[in-house]
Design a protein around this ligand. Structure first.
Ligand SMILES: Nc1ncnc2c1ncn2[C@@H]1O[C@H](COP(=O)(O)OP(=O)(O)OP(=O)(O)O)[C@@H](O)[C@H]1O
Length: 242
């Protein structure tokens, strides 16, 4: 299997607080890997360093062997890393299609006009919003806003997709739909790292899980093994999220 993402001794300090402490792991192309851990364990900080929203204090992030840490967020996006956010980010005053068209304008090869409209429709179809491009973004239901944010993330045709609690806040029916949507992305060959507290989703989606606790990696392996690891249960599953 080809290694896509390689994180080495990645560290982030906020003043005296070490939020991420020398974390290393790799992700193979086509894998969905969960990044787990209790609240405040450093998961979002780690995603922020991969996407360039935060600069690492030390350590490196490499994509197919190219060091991307140190690049600005748009440089990292152009290398093929895309993400969604814990709090959904959309352009509320625009239509659904315009939200996607705006994202298409920021690709390394921007799309405009007819090409952008056609590609927006393809992306909306892919996330289950086909034919709904004229609706107002701020009138979408929560799950549909999440779908739209995902379509915006897919606009750059990423090699690596980072999902920060993309499934949180969905009802059980929506959760099933959301899991199937992420599975369909994997079937199309996408590599995904997801931060998720919903264990049903982690079990359904992720072949491998990496667990953090107080900034450090405490487990990395097949999801079933990791979720039954005594140290992980003590650190994470003991808090009632399982
Ligand atoms: N910008 C910041 N400045 C100072 N401290 C921060 C900053 N961002 C995060 N932290 C701290 O770093 C630690 C890790 O936070 P982080 O948000 O990465 O955890 P998390 O595992 O994603 O948590 P959650 O599951 O609650 O989202 C926490 O102690 C947090 O308070």
């Amino acid at each position: 299997m080809t290694q896509l993402l390689d994180i080495t001794a990645l560290t982030k300090q906020f003043g005296g607080l070490t939020a991420v402490n020398k974390v290393s792991f790799s992700v193979n192309a086509g894998e969905i890997v969960a990044l787990l851990g209790p609240n405040g364990s450093g998961k979002t900080t780690l995603l922020n360093m991969i996407s360039g929203a935060l600069q690492a204090t030390s350590g490196t992030v490499a994509l197919e062997g190219d060091i991307i840490s140190g690049l600005p967020p748009n440089g990292i996006a152009h290398k093929g890393v895309s993400r969604t956010f814990q709090l959904v980010k959309i352009l509320p005053s625009l239509s659904v299609a315009e939200n996607i068209i705006a994202a298409l304008a920021f690709r390394p090869q921007p799309l405009w006009g007819r090409g952008a409209r056609d590609q927006a429709e393809v992306l909306l179809d892919r996330v289950g919003l086909g034919g709904r491009g004229d609706e107002h973004a701020d009138e979408l239901t929560y799950i549909d806003q999440k779908r739209m944010e995902l379509a915006r993330a897919l606009a750059s045709e990423p090699r690596l997709l980072l999902l920060d609690e993309w499934l949180s806040g969905l009802n059980p029916t929506e959760l099933r739909v959301g899991i199937d949507l992420i599975l369909s992305l994997r079937q199309s060959g996408m590599t995904i790292v997801l931060v998720e507290h919903i264990m049903e989703a982690v079990r359904a989606l992720c072949t491998r899980s990496v667990v953090m606790n107080v900034g450090s990696k405490i487990a990395d392996g097949p999801t079933a093994d990791v979720l039954s690891d005594a140290g992980v249960i003590a650190a994470y599953l003991g808090d009632g999220n399982a």
